[in-house]
Every structure is written in C-alpha cells, then in structure tokens.
Unconditional design. Structure first.
Lengths: 355, 251
C-alpha cells in the first residue's frame, strides 16, 4: 500500500496494516456513535411530524396576514390528514378595550367536574394520556392550604358536607412567571390579558410548567390521542387546534370563543352558575359587579403573580354598601360618616365599630 | 501514556460504539409512556345550557296532556286553607321550607298564572318577580349578575347575553340542588391514578408518582363515610337543612 494520510500531527507517516485498522475502527466507531445519537429519529413519522412549511414558519408576531393564512391552511390540512375532519381554523386577535377576568363562586361549586370534561371536549385535549386544564381540588373544611386538598376524590355524590371544592386552572396572571422563563418567546400575554402559547414555536423545555405556581400548564409527553368523532372543528391558532407531541399547553379562557363574545366552555357546562366571566374594563359587567360587591380573593397572593382569576364565597354586600343594612343601622340610631357608621352613645359596639 | 496503551484504547472505542449503536438500533425499548385508558364521557353530562327546562307557560303539567292548567281546574278547585293529599301532580315533591301551600305561588282563580302576595298575577315565564318576594338578597345578586348562570355572551350589552331565570336552574317545588354524581377523577400523567398498578417496568409507575403523597390521605380516610347509610344520597338530600342553593338568600 502506498497511501499517505495525515495522522495525529506526524505528517507523512507510512500507513501500516496496524495503523489502517486502528484508524478505520476509530472512524467506524465515530460513525456508529453518530448513528446512535440519531437513532431516536427512527420513531418519527416524516409524513406527520415534519413539514418544511412548519420548519420555516416565522414567529406568530412576525407573520404577515399571508403567512398566517398559509399556516392556517397547513394546520387544517394536517388535522384533516390525521383526524379525517376538515376543521375551521381561525386566528382570533384580542379586542380593544377588553380585559378578561374570571370569577368563581366557591359557595356554589359542588365539585361535579363537568367543567373539566367540557374543557377537554372543547379544546381537543388528549384523552389518553389525559390532559386536563382544570383541576377540581376537594378542600377539607377550615383550611385554604392547597397541600391539604385532594383532586383524586371519588364519591357517589358531591358535594360532600365536610368539604368545599376549588377548581384551579390558568389564572392568566398580569405578572406571569411562565412568560418570563420562556427562552424562545413561545408564550406571551396578549392585550386582553390572556397568556397564549404558539404551539409551533414551543420547544418543549417545560420551564414554564415549572414556573407556574398554579400547576396550570400541561406537557404533551406523547402524541395526543383524540377520537376522530370528538374533534371540535371550531379551532383557533393560539387555542384549541390539536397539539403536537412535545409542546406545552394550558387554559386560554377559550379565546376562540371569548374573543368573539361567547362564553368559555367550562362556564356553559357549570350546572350551578358558580363560574362568571367577563370584561373587567366594563363597570357593568358581571365580573366587575362581583369584584365590587363580593369578598374576592386570589390564590397564592403572596407570590405576586396578580391573577385574573378570582375566588369568592357568596356573601352579602359589604355592610357599607348594603341598602338594607343601612336601614337597619339608621333605625338603631347609628350615624353615617366618612369613616363608617358610628353607633349611638352607650352602645357596647362603639369602641370597635369602624364600618 | 505510552503508544501501546493508546492504541489499545483506540482498538476498544470503535467496537464499543458499534455495540451501543447496534443495541439502540435493534434492541432498544420503544419510548414507553403509560397513557392510561380513554374514558368515555357522555356528551349529555357536559352539555352547556340551562340546568333544567323551565316551564314558560301553564300547559301539559299532567302526563300525556298538552292542555292549559285552567282547563282541568275549571272543575277541580283547591281549597286555599288546607293541604289535601294530591290526587294529580303526584310527581311534585314539595321541599321549599315553610312555603308548602300551592296557592302561595299559584293563582287560585286563574290557574294559568302565578300570584304575588298582593294578588297581582304574573306569567310562568316571569318567576324572578315571584321568587324575589322572599329571596330578596339573591334577587338583588341576580339582577347584578353575581348570582345565577349567564348564557350567550359575556358582554352585558350584547343582545345574546341572557341571564337564566330562577326556575331554569331551581325546581320551584324543591329548589335546593340535589347532590350529583361527579365525573371521573383525573389520571393525568403528573396527577397520578389510584387504580393503576404500582409497578411499571419494575419501577414505581410514573402515573402513581404523586399518589403516595399525603395529599391523598383525606380521600382514603373519608372513603368509609360514603358507604354509611345514604347520608348524601340524592333522595335524602333535600331534607338537609343546609341547602347549597339557598345560602345567602334572605328568607
């Protein structure tokens, strides 16, 4: 043999039988290592998982109307290929002057989980493995400590007399930790307060899932499984179009419904009217009235996320606003003032009452 | 390192990688994530809309008839002072607190109407006016939109925005909500599932990852309670004084 190769800096060394075999084995080993590293790709189905169009698609905010039209067409094609139904995929943008807020009446919630499954059906969530945006936590009386709650409860009937029920879903925070940690800006807060995810941009790092203090985000470990007959054909780009494997999803206040004036699916399925939804910028809206007249609270206030999801126990007005209480107070000789009601002289409550 | 040792290492690296590649390509287990079973939820159980069908007019109350109430009640009258055992309308279960007289709400003279305390008659579709006589605080909440269910649109200015009336959720004769069967508990990957086997490929099943946590202890402690004589059974429930639907309602 008369071949000369460069080997390890000693230029011009003779190729012996030994060095040829040694180098050859090392090269074959390197190739094998490469093949081993790429071997997970053998599980991919090129027809479904990969398309050039999706690969070169721009970020949602950089897409022109034509780009978006192409993307919606591609999604409709993919859904039709996989589920044999032609969906109507739309890109719904936020309306000006609207900021969505959810309010949930804990006195009325009975823990029936109808909201959970209405959400699953509306939003084309995976049925196996199950992906659910709403967790209904059964809380023992006398605590608001979520660690004492249980979302696996199975009972012949609900509500149980010794528990109350607290559904938790995405709180659409005004200060969302999930958005801050996303390394690729695949999730952001829209103008109407809804934090959305571009499933085509998500890289599946799950940082957001870890950052969320409400445990509201879900990861598609495998390809979602949805029966063809149950596909909801009314789809939004940022909301309920079927997700691929390896991306994160979460509640989006049913934005494909709510951005055109309709109500979220969980609210429509609630048998007790415990769920209330609306525009907090409209003082006449139901949620504005709740924030005004009910004693509302947010979950994990101390983490500073400023949720747009409020809980309340259904009580009467604060007494200062209650016209009946006003009449009662007047008849008892209380006098109204800037700081509240002053009891008449000699009233034992005088020392303490401020309102 | 001597030349001999280096060459020995180089001799070994190649076959080692070849072995790994062959294993991964031919014998590696497929990515196996337990996915659980698909649940079938009846679409009826999660349909949107009003919880019950409200009577909008006084027709067809008696099974098999589509006639207005007044047609029969021309003949059959109800004495206002006493509650006789019902001959018709036996399906009606009265469970409305101290409000036990038919003619408290139904007009004795015009059977197709309801009646207020002052004798004004109102139609069947106008129940909030009737109920508000006793349930003032709930009525006020309902007017503001903080009690009850809304359908159509979240926008109060939208004509599709419709607030359900009292009897579209509450059965007027026994208005408290009956306890209902909850839909199945989640088996989501991170949420765990009590019914799945503990072992999965010789390790603790990821579906059960959280199931051993103290979170679930209350469920097990409570479980025997549910098997006690039907304390929460639907038929018994309306007799309980604590009516979830009536909290906050002024009597």
């Amino acid at each position: 043999m008369n071949i000369r190769i460069h080997e390890g800096g000693s230029a011009g060394a003779e190729v012996t039988r030994r060095s040829f075999l040694r180098t050859g084995t090392a090269v074959a080993g390197g190739m094998a290592a490469l093949a081993a590293a790429l071997s997970p790709l053998k599980d991919l189905n090129p027809a479904e998982e990969f398309s050039i169009e999706k690969f070169i698609q721009k970020h949602y905010k950089e897409m022109t109307p034509d780009d978006m039209k192409g993307a919606l067409d591609r999604i409709a094609r993919e859904v039709e290929h996989r589920y044999k139904v032609r969906p109507e995929v739309r890109d719904m943008r936020p309306k000006a002057g609207v900021e969505f807020v959810y309010a949930l009446n804990l006195s009325r919630c009975i823990g029936c989980r109808k909201c959970v499954y209405a959400c699953v059906e509306e939003n084309n969530q995976s049925r196996a493995p199950e992906i659910q945006y709403i967790r209904v936590i059964e809380m023992p009386r006398g605590t608001l400590d979520l660690e004492k709650g249980n979302h696996h409860y199975e009972r012949p009937t609900v509500p149980d007399a010794d528990h109350f029920y607290m559904p938790v879903q995405c709180h659409q925070c005004a200060n969302p930790p999930c958005v801050k940690v996303c390394p690729v800006e695949a999730t952001w807060q829209d103008d109407d307060g809804i934090t959305v995810i571009d499933y085509d941009w998500c890289i599946g790092c799950r940082y957001c899932e870890a950052a969320c203090p409400y445990w509201a985000r879900r990861f598609n470990f495998v390809k979602p499984e949805i029966p063809e007959a149950d596909i909801n054909k009314d789809m939004g780009y940022l909301s309920n179009r079927p997700r691929p494997k390896g991306v994160v999803e979460k509640c989006h206040f049913c934005l494909h419904r709510t951005r055109e004036g309709r109500l979220p699916a969980c609210l429509e399925a609630c048998p007790t009217g415990a769920r209330k939804f609306g525009n907090v910028l409209d003082p006449k809206s139901e949620v504005s009235q709740i924030l005004k007249t009910k004693r509302v609270f947010v979950l994990k206030e101390e983490v500073g996320t400023l949720p747009r999801f409020f809980y309340y126990f259904d009580e009467r007005y604060p007494r200062s606003l209650d016209p009946e209480a006003k009449q009662v107070a007047l008849s008892l000789g209380y006098t109204p003032g800037a700081g509240g009601w002053t009891p008449p002289a000699g009233d034992p409550a005088r020392a303490e009452v401020s309102r | 390192m001597s030349a001999g040792k280096t060459s020995l290492v180089l001799w070994l690296i190649g076959p080692a990688f070849l072995g790994v590649a062959a294993y991964l390509a031919l014998a590696s287990p497929p990515a196996d994530i337990p996915i659980g079973e698909m649940k079938i939820i009846a679409r009826d159980a999660i349909r949107g809309g009003a919880w019950r069908e409200a009577k909008v007019d006084a027709r067809g109350v008696v099974a098999g008839s589509d006639r207005p109430c007044s047609e029969c009640h021309k003949l059959f009258t109800t004495p206002p002072g006493e509650n006789k055992a019902l001959v018709q309308h036996k399906d009606i279960v009265m469970n409305h607190g101290m409000n036990t007289r038919c003619l408290n709400c139904h007009d004795g003279d015009d059977r197709d109407k309801l009646v207020l305390h002052d004798g004004t008659t109102v139609s069947y579709s106008d129940t909030p006016r009737l109920c508000s006589q006793c349930h003032g605080t709930v009525y006020r909440d309902w007017q503001l939109g903080t009690h009850g269910k809304t359908l159509g649109s979240w926008d109060v200015k939208d004509e599709k925005h419709r607030r359900l009336t009292c009897n579209e959720c509450h059965e007027p004769h026994s208005p408290a909500y009956r306890p209902m069967q909850p839909l199945p508990a989640p088996t989501t990957l991170r949420m765990g599932d009590q019914s799945l086997p503990k072992q999965h490929h010789g390790k603790e099943s990821p579906l059960r990852r959280r199931s051993a946590s103290p979170h679930d202890a209350p469920a097990h402690e409570d479980a025997p309670k549910n098997n006690e004589p039907a304390k929460h059974a639907p038929t018994e429930a309306p007799k309980e004084p604590a009516k979830p639907a009536e909290k906050g309602g002024g009597q």
